[in-house]
Design a protein around this ligand. Structure first.
Ligand code: PLP
Length: 441
């Protein structure tokens, strides 16, 4: 195979580095993951993206999962055009936001009220303030390896670190993720290993009456893909109720992806607060905080403050509404079928190339873990056993073979409505060649 030229990307990156910090607007897009230079994209259509040199790739990243319908779905295009003719932002109330809120309340179990924001980070930040306001407590339980955005309080033990630094499971070491954090940020989070109800109950017992909330991702989506053990999330919810603390389900990744009602519906959960982002806005910055009236009404004026000029922008709500209308039960059946075909194909290829690895999948979300054949159940497993360098080499090779994906082992691949069996064939052909390269087989 001749390696496709990415010369225009290389030149653009030189320009970008002169005027933008490390040439990027978010570090995961730059040299941290892409080596010499990232690939500049100029167009997306259906299951494909095209770079500035004219190379086409099957897209397995789908804007980190924002695009459940794929690129430029006709329903989204129509909503964008309609909004463009009407106005983009009024910073006033509008009908589409009521429609979107109604769609969310009918689809997600237990949700009676919705507040819109722009990003997942804003939503989880507001959710924590709401939980603190409602309970009068300041501390909260966060799980090792869970990422909830870049708000100070959540920036502990969110990314993979060498296993030696993690401390004991009974008392994890809180690893700060950034310079510039307030000292209190490190002291408020009570860290607990995930997928372990005993450890969670220990923490709740030890910190009785101190804990405003437990926040969790329903599926660990920032350590590849790590599913909850059967009964784990239901058990977590029961413990939150038993110990009288609030349960926040961070559905920034899983919302409207794992079912029409997200992970809450898939796992039969009724959290006190839910947060949505990414997949809600189909590419526009739309996020939401949602839940029963008893909790969400804490945002009423004079209670817990939540503002935002850009909240529920007209264009964002038009697109979110079209997105939710288009996300029918058939879409979820389709992505599950396609994702299962990718999973089966990758497993077979790992066997054929004698590569020690494992594929984990929940619905449309899947990841290959190199270096282990045993299940990855939590952050500690990921840090200790996953060969992240091998994954990076594999992903770089996949990109050279026409499949766009994140080269970070902690960021998973995503199937959209636009992916069909013909794309599965292309992905598996690229994986065949890439495994041969990384395994030297
Ligand atoms: C689970 C989870 N919560 C929150 C966020 C933050 O969302 P955003 O990047 O829109 O601020 C992310 C982003 O990846 C996420 O994965």
């Amino acid at each position: 195979m001749t390696t496709p030229s990415t010369e225009t990307s290389r030149r653009l990156f030189e320009r970008a580095r002169d005027v933008m910090v490390e040439g990027v607007s978010s570090p995961s897009r730059g040299q941290l993951n892409y080596g010499e230079h990232p690939i500049f994209l100029r167009r997306g259509e259906g299951a494909y993206v095209e770079d500035v040199d004219g190379n086409r790739y099957v897209d397995l990243m789908m804007a980190y999962g924002a695009l459940l319908l794929g690129h430029l779905d006709p329903a989204i295009r129509a909503a964008l055009h309609e909004a463009a003719d009407a106005g983009t932002l009024f910073a006033a109330v509008s009908e589409p936001e009521v429609d979107v809120a109604e769609l969310i309340t009918t689809r997600v179990p237990g949700v009676e009220r919705v507040r819109f924001a722009n990003t997942g980070t804003e939503a989880t930040m507001a959710a924590l303030r709401l939980a603190r306001g409602l309970t009068g407590r300041r501390r909260f339980i966060k799980f090792e390896g869970h990422y909830h955005g870049w708000y100070d309080d959540y920036l502990v033990s969110a990314h993979p670190h060498p296993a030696a630094d993690l401390g004991l499971e009974t008392d994890p070491i809180a690893i700060p993720e950034s310079s510039g954090l307030e000292a209190h940020a490190l002291q408020q989070a009570i860290l607990v290993p995930w997928n372990n109800l005993d450890r969670l109950e220990d923490a709740l017992r030890r910190h009785r009456d101190e804990v405003a909330c437990i926040i969790t991702e329903p599926v660990m989506a920032n350590m590849g893909v790590i599913p909850p053990e059967p009964g784990y999330l239901e058990g977590l919810q029961a413990l939150a109720r038993q110990y009288d603390t609030l349960f926040i389900l961070d559905e920034t990744v899983t919302g409207f992806r794992l079912s029409e009602g997200g992970a809450a519906r898939r796992y039969h959960l009724t959290p006190d607060i839910l947060t949505f982002g990414k997949g809600l806005g189909a590419g526009l910055p739309v996020a939401a905080i949602a839940g029963p009236a008893a909790t969400l009404d804490g945002f009423r004026w004079g209670g817990v403050l939540h503002y935002g000029t850009q909240n529920a922008s007209f264009i964002g709500m038009m697109v979110a509404r079209a997105n939710l209308w288009a996300l029918t039960a058939e879409v979820y059946e389709h992505v599950d079928r396609i994702a299962a075909a990718v999973e089966d194909g990758l497993k077979e290829l790992l066997r054929r190339h004698h590569v020690t690895g494992r594929v984990q999948r929940v619905g449309a979300m899947l990841q290959i873990f190199f270096g282990t054949a045993d299940p990855i159940r939590d952050y500690r497993d990921f840090c200790a056993r996953v060969d992240r360098q091998m994954f990076q080499r594999f992903a770089w090779s996949m990109i050279r073979h026409g499949v766009y994906m994140s080269p970070s082992a902690s960021l998973h691949s995503i199937i959209s409505k636009a992916h069909q069996l013909e794309h599965v064939e292309k992905v598996l052909a690229a994986a065949d060649a890439s495994l041969a390269e990384v395994a030297g087989s």
